[in-house]
Design a protein around this ligand. Structure first.
Ligand code: ZN
Length: 234
């Protein structure tokens, strides 16, 4: 188990493993439970959000029959369909606190997990149930919440959900970096306003993001940016 990477070769997978594929450029990972040779149970968007033309380009898998157009919610597919061309990683449980702090969010938990038979039985029960895992929600009920539930029998709280943490951390990092750039920009182009803006920003930084966005939104007229950030925060 490396400190930085949980990358794993598919030959080393064990039934009941919580695995994920990491999409670096999207900063998004897809999670699932490896159940047996080349089969993964995972949780996908319950509603159609991709444009129809994008979906039409992907036919059903010849190997496992998985069809993104039809199969939604809790699904079973081959490993290749699950990975979608991205690299394979294994989610770690029972990691020490100091280890957790240095890992990217959504790669490990300090919690213990149940034995593989219990994990597979939970995943299979959800796959076969009418309601599956309920309505998909990127920030509150997503593929990672599903896999963690299968492993531990516990539902993640909203705060522990890594999608929300990742988005918040990225937004905060952008904000920290860009507030400096914004101040320098204003200092050069609009020096009369510089001190006023600097005072405002110094007060803003400790506030929650949605409040910062609302306040900055009122400072200028760029509504589109504000809407986009508000969507991220939600
Ligand atoms: Zn497949």
């Amino acid at each position: 188990m490396g400190l930085i990477s949980n990358k794993i070769h598919r030959g080393n997978l064990q039934p009941g493993d919580h695995i994920y594929s990491f999409r670096k450029w999207k900063s998004y990972s897809h999670h699932g439970i490896f159940v047996e040779s080349d089969k993964v149970i995972h949780y996908t968007k319950t509603r159609k959000e991709e444009p129809a033309n994008k979906l039409r380009r992907r036919p059903a898998c010849k190997k496992c029959g998985f069809d993104r157009k039809v199969h939604r919610g809790v699904v079973i597919s081959c490993l290749d369909c699950f990975l979608s061309g991205y690299e394979l990683y294994r989610f770690d449980y029972e990691v020490p606190y100091h280890h957790f702090l240095f890992k990217r969010s959504g790669t490990c938990s300090t919690g213990s997990c149940d034995d593989p038979a219990a994990v597979i039985s939970r995943a299979t029960a959800l796959l076969n149930s009418q309601d599956g895992f309920g309505d998909y929600n990127l920030l509150e009920n997503n593929c990672e919440c599903f896999a963690i539930y299968c492993k531990t029998g516990k539902h993640m709280s909203e705060q522990a959900c890594s999608a929300k943490l990742t988005i918040r951390a990225v937004a905060q990092a952008i904000l920290d970096q860009n507030s400096g750039r914004l101040l320098e920009d204003v200092r050069v182009h609009d020096p009369d306003n510089y001190m006023n803006l600097k005072e405002k920003i110094d007060k803003l930084i400790p506030l929650p993001l949605n409040e910062i966005i609302a306040i900055l939104g009122k400072l200028n007229e760029n509504e589109e940016d504000v809407e986009e950030l508000e969507t991220m925060e939600k």
